[in-house]
Write a protein of this length. Structure first.
Length: 247
């Protein structure tokens, strides 16, 4: 069985890494290229880069910035935000991404997931799900869809997704722990790897998430002190979580 993964996340707006609470009150926390390099050097298993304004502003991804981040890391790199077509996804891979993440566009037209999987391979397709109270929200958490997270995750798997990135809007940025009920429900509904996102505040929180999911997304817990990742890995090992050796 693959070892659990620790995945720092860069939410990017205006070319800067930002972080808020429950998708609100975004504040600047650093330069994406510098943070990406720091996480790669500190032993992150992968990196996620999400352009949180691309869908709202109905514009394309910042390909130049994606390329600069890709050049700064030596780990798998997932990019999302504003991916509306196979051409968008292909452009991100050309810029240096290893995987693409789709969210709102896939909710509006689920066939996009299948199109991406057929062209890129399922291993390169991540379906991001933002949920509150079990309901899926589109457009950076601003638009309820009426879909349930576990049902949409199952459909995404059937359509060819290779991974689910599940964010609890209620827990996002709170550092009060992951939404284990939501995460467990979605993980139990699919055979795909699930990345738990939203709420990491301590090693114990991350360990709890990794009992029900295959990876943990990390943001607020790290951004103001990227070197915390090294200590976090040691703390998790102390809690009995098996992790790959950082290189």
């Amino acid at each position: 069985m693959p070892l659990p993964r620790l995945i720092p996340c860069l939410d990017v707006a205006g070319g800067r890494v930002v972080k808020g609470v429950k998708f609100q009150g975004l504040r600047d926390v650093g330069d994406p290229v510098e943070l990406a390099a720091a996480y790669s050097d500190a032993g992150a298993d992968e990196l996620v880069f999400l352009d949180v304004e691309a869908t709202i502003e109905e514009r394309a991804m910042l390909l130049d910035l994606v390329g600069r981040v890709a050049d700064a890391v030596a780990i798998p790199f997932t990019v999302g935000g504003g991916v509306r077509s196979v051409a968008d996804a292909d452009a991100l891979l050309e810029a240096g991404a290893d995987k693409v993440s789709v969210n709102s566009a896939a909710l509006a037209r689920p066939a996009l997931v299948t199109e991406l999987a057929e062209l890129l391979g399922s291993q390169a397709v991540v379906v991001a799900i933002d949920a509150a109270g079990g309901e899926v929200f589109a457009r950076a958490g601003g638009e309820p869809t009426g879909r349930q997270a576990d049902g949409w995750a199952r459909e995404a798997e059937e359509r060819g997704a290779g991974e689910i990135l599940l964010t609890s809007i209620d827990a996002d940025g709170t550092q009060a722990g992951y939404d284990l009920e939501l995460t467990g429900s979605v993980a139990a509904s699919v055979s795909l790897p699930v990345i738990a996102s939203g709420g990491a505040g301590s090693a114990a929180d991350v360990a709890a998430a990794l009992e029900v999911a295959q990876a943990a997304l990390l943001a607020s817990i790290l951004h103001e002190s990227p070197e915390r990742l090294t200590a976090l890995r040691d703390e998790l090992r102390g809690l009995g979580v098996p992790l790959r050796d950082a290189v």
